[in-house]
Design a binder for this molecule. Structure first.
Ligand code: NDP
Ligand code: 2IT
Length: 448
């Protein structure tokens, strides 16, 4: 889509020129800027104060060498990143991703989206993201530990409980957060809430592990209810089999749906009887093996190599929970043709711009990532609150707060879409609602 607004068109062109070779970042910015056309027309003060020019430029980019020694005694060198994108409404907050595909453009797109997502939670957290091209797959625990220690040795100079609070993302779960926290504590000689997603024995919050997947289902449930539907009796396909996918599967099943498929980066399993989540957890969380192993647990399940084929399975509701751009235009058309009427994005930017367009034009109920997967970071902010109070809430307390936050995000995104003449378009609604709070804070702070 081209921009009607000349100013926004200019911003987009500058972003592309300044961030050459970073298509994921361009994609994330384009989606937000397109949503903002009616906003800047109504509020020219944002343009005048340079808010949009500033919001697409990270406050700070930290890029560093991460040397570590593998089990054979060989020195390995990876790249580390932390992008502190926007601190207008709170300390930088966002996950760390360890995956071989990580480069500056991936961290930029994630950090940029995090600004608006964190704003939508209603909690005081700014936007940031980090990570490394380190691949934890096939590494021993000790290799992962040495890598995390080296990564934190540099990162510790730039973060802090009131400055920047990282957490997990792809390839960074409880094990990695433990090693990172241990090293930070040792280097700084302080025990603070500098990371979230911590273990329950050392300051973690109950329900943080479940929060992104549960929150996704709470959001989708709210969207379905608003349209006279529910999860009950529905067939659901979930991509991925990591943290987000597993707890989305758990909650969707609790809400009465049958989840028939899950995947990893090698392929997908189809189980018409409903996924046996204990088997998936055993394979992925305990043994760290491939989803193909599921065939050893359920004899009548079917495994197919390659991950994109999962979208050809007939379903009512699709929950992409693996990675960016996993649903392209063709997959979106196939989903629509097969009767899929709702999509909830658990992953960040899982649908291409073309796929999103297919969903919106075909009246699919579409829950965009920034809104739908905000439950993880929202619960991270609740972990920060508990750390500050040196107190812990019960699982039920945190879960109830998470549900309230997700319902609120749905309400605010719907209301913003309607206010700006795009009723039902939650992509625009989420972008606008997230943007306004950050933009008003930036206006208040002056040119900084
Ligand atoms: P995990 O590392 O726990 O799981 C990732 C899953 O996605 C795995 O099944 C993995 O398969 C698959 N996957 C990863 N990369 C690719 C790829 N390039 N192609 C195909 N499949 C892939 O990560 P999370 O569950 O934490 O994250 C999943 C998504 O959710 C990401 O987009 C993340 O940014 C987003 N997210 C996470 C939040 C959190 O709190 N953890 C919060 C909000 C969003 P394999 O094992 O084969 O690599
Ligand atoms: O994309 C995300 O929101 C996350 N990976 C979670 C970030 C966090 O700080 O909990």
């Amino acid at each position: 889509m081209s921009f009607r607004n000349e100013y926004l068109k200019g911003v987009m062109e500058r972003v592309i020129a300044r961030n050459a070779g970073e298509p994921e970042f361009h994609q994330a910015v384009r989606e937000v800027l397109e949503s903002l056309e009616p906003v800047v027309e109504k509020h020219p003060e944002y343009i005048k104060a340079g808010v949009i020019d500033s919001i697409v430029e990270p406050e700070r980019i930290i890029k560093f060498r991460v040397p570590w020694v593998d089990d054979s005694g060989k020195v390995q060198v990876n790249r580390g990143f932390r992008i502190q994108f926007n601190s207008a409404i709170g300390p930088y907050k966002g996950g760390l991703r360890f995956h071989p595909s990580v480069y500056e453009g991936i961290i930029k797109f994630l950090g940029f989206e995090q600004i608006f997502k964190n704003s939508l939670t209603g909690l005081p957290i700014g936007g940031g993201k980090g990570g490394s091209d380190f691949d934890p797959k096939g590494k021993s625990d000790m290799e992962v530990m040495r890598f995390c220690q080296s990564f934190m040795t540099e990162l510790s100079k730039h973060i802090g409980a009131d400055t920047d609070v990282p957490a997990g993302d792809i390839g960074v779960g409880g094990r990695e957060i433990g090693y990172l926290f241990g090293q930070y504590k040792r280097l700084r000689n302080e025990f603070t809430g500098v990371l979230t997603g911590k273990g329950l024995t050392y300051g973690g919050s109950l329900a943080r592990t479940e929060a992104t997947g549960f929150g996704l289902c709470y959001f989708v449930d709210e969207m379905l209810k608003d349209n006279g539907k529910s999860f009950k009796g529905q067939t659901v396909v979930i991509s991925g089999s990591g943290n987000v996918a597993i707890y989305a599967c758990k909650k969707a099943t609790e809400l009465g749906a049958t989840v028939v498929a899950m995947s990893d980066s090698n392929g997908y399993i189809y189980d018409k009887n409903g996924i046996d989540l204990d088997a998936v957890k055993q394979i992925k969380e305990v043994e760290r093996k491939r989803i193909k192993e599921y065939l050893n647990y359920r004899k009548d399940a079917v495994y197919t190599e390659g991950c994109s084929g999962i979208w050809s399975i007939k379903c009512d509701i699709a929950l992409p929970c693996a990675t960016q751009n996993e649903i392209d235009e063709q997959s979106a058309k196939t989903l629509v043709k097969n009767g899929c009427y709702a999509v909830g994005e658990g992953a960040n930017m899982p649908s291409t711009l073309e796929a999103t367009k297919v969903f919106l034009e075909n009246g699919v109920l579409f829950a965009p990532a920034k809104a739908a997967n905000a439950g993880g970071v929202a619960t991270s902010a609740l972990e920060m609150s508990q750390n500050s109070m040196r107190y812990s809430w019960t699982f039920e307390e945190v879960d109830a707060k998470l549900k309230g936050i997700m319902q609120n995000i749905y309400k605010n995104a719907s209301a913003a879409a309607e206010e700006y003449g795009m009723k039902g378009n939650l992509v625009a609604g989420a972008n606008i609602a997230g943007f306004i709070k950050v933009a008003d804070s930036m206006l208040a702070h002056g040119v900084v």
